[in-house]
Design a protein around this ligand. Structure first.
Ligand SMILES: *Cc1c(COP(=O)(O)O)cnc(C)c1O
Length: 392
């Protein structure tokens, strides 16, 4: 592997401190490196491979689509996009969707849609968006501007203007940032990168109420916590506090790059129109064939029931682990998006786990996040916990 690693470091822009592994292929919840070593994977490409690696039905759907057509311009219709849109709007309980190539682009579209909605009301171009501290919405300039981590933003200023930050789960801090210019309040229903912090029911309801009273749009970013991972198709459905705009990506394509932003009909009628937004690749037949198959697998399997059941089991097991280790200071999350917070950086633990054939990932320096494929079993969890124990 070292030969490849050296080559990679001589040509790829060094924007990642990568772990010294070259993966070759995957099967179910297992990954294999190019030297044949097997790893139990609790990362799933960061919340992406919902149905595990090498799912035959999914692979066949892609192969079939490749032999038909991979790309057409968005100036024409294509059947996979229509099928995927019907399924996604149904499970999202929202009426309109725009397909993008990534999560960050979905966030860009959500911001544009919210600004356009406000612009059509009063014609002014200085509307404000309230985002949350410790949030993560992506690396493009707009998405970065609403990302509540100064470390990611600092060198790249100025970002897009008129962004304010409030404290997640602190309604008063949101109220303190509201002005006549506020057009949207946005947050992740469960903060992922920021350390697995779920929005409380009270916070969700409180923000929704403010939005309704002042005609402000609620944007929920479900890119990481959505698509069944929380034990609900979308995490807000646990409390039925519906956003006006929602962003989705990661598991939507299960590895094929595709994201989406969705709008309710009410907002869509007063927002982006022809000419306002576009993308060359977004929603192309190959990407939407992937999303369509993924959504079909959600319809046809009881995967969300599995998430609820094994998620509860993971919760119990991580609780036990936390109780037995004084360096673990908190345990948060639900379903198959959970995190253990340590009183020290977790890099060493993750390296030890990798050496022992377990793939884990951090969320911030002190938190190990658990976002395995949604098909993971209790036996896989037992195996993960027993390896992790030996690394602590
Ligand atoms: C990963 C992520 C993004 C960015 O998605 P990309 O596909 O990497 O651009 C945005 N929001 C959340 C919550 C994410 O987890």
């Amino acid at each position: 592997m070292q030969k490849y690693i050296d080559e990679a470091e001589s040509v790829l822009l060094h924007t990642y401190n990568r772990y010294p592994i070259v993966f070759d292929h995957g099967d179910g919840v297992y990954l294999y490196d190019i030297e044949g070593k097997k790893y139990l994977d609790f990362v799933a490409g960061i919340s992406v491979f919902a149905f595990g690696y090498n799912n035959k039905e999914y692979n066949d759907a892609l192969k079939n689509q490749i032999d038909k057509i991979i790309h057409t311009s968005n100036y024409y219709y294509n059947v996979p996009a229509i099928e995927a849109a019907k399924k996604l709007t149904k499970v999202a309980q929202m009426e309109r969707v725009f397909f993008t190539n990534s999560g960050a682009e979905a966030v860009e579209g959500a911001i544009k849609a919210a600004r356009k909605y406000a612009y059509l009301k009063d014609g002014s171009t200085d509307h404000e968006i309230i985002a949350m501290e410790h949030s993560f919405h992506g690396r493009t300039m707009g998405a970065l501007s609403v990302t509540g981590n100064p470390k990611y933003r600092e060198a790249f200023g100025p970002g897009i203007g008129n962004i304010k930050f409030a404290v997640m789960n602190d309604l008063e801090s949101v109220k303190a940032q509201i002005t006549d210019k506020t057009c949207a309040i946005m947050f992740e229903t469960i903060q992922g990168e920021g350390g697995i912090h779920p929005a409380t029911e009270e916070f969700l309801r409180g923000v929704r109420k403010i939005c309704d009273e002042k005609d402000i749009l609620l944007i929920l970013d479900e890119i990481q916590c959505g698509m069944g991972r929380s034990g609900y198709m979308f995490a807000w459905q646990k409390y039925n506090v519906k956003p006006d705009i929602m962003t989705v990506a990661k598991a939507l394509g299960c590895g094929i790059p595709i994201g989406a932003f969705l709008l309710t009909e009410r907002v869509a009628q007063k927002s982006l129109v022809a000419g306002d937004h576009g993308t060359t690749y977004g929603g192309n037949p190959l990407a939407t064939a992937a999303a369509d198959k993924v959504l079909e697998l959600f319809e046809e399997t009881n995967i969300i029931e599995n998430v609820k059941e094994v998620g509860a089991y993971l919760y119990e097991e991580l609780d036990k682990l936390a109780a037995s280790n004084e360096n673990i200071v908190a345990h948060r999350g639900q379903g198959l998006i959970q995190g253990l917070e340590f009183n020290q950086p977790v890099g060493d633990i993750i390296n030890k786990a990798l050496a022992k054939g377990l793939v884990l990932i951090n969320a911030g320096t002190h938190i190990i996040r658990f976002v395995p494929a949604l098909i993971v079993t209790k036996e896989d969890i037992d195996e993960m916990i027993s390896i992790l124990r030996t690394c602590l």
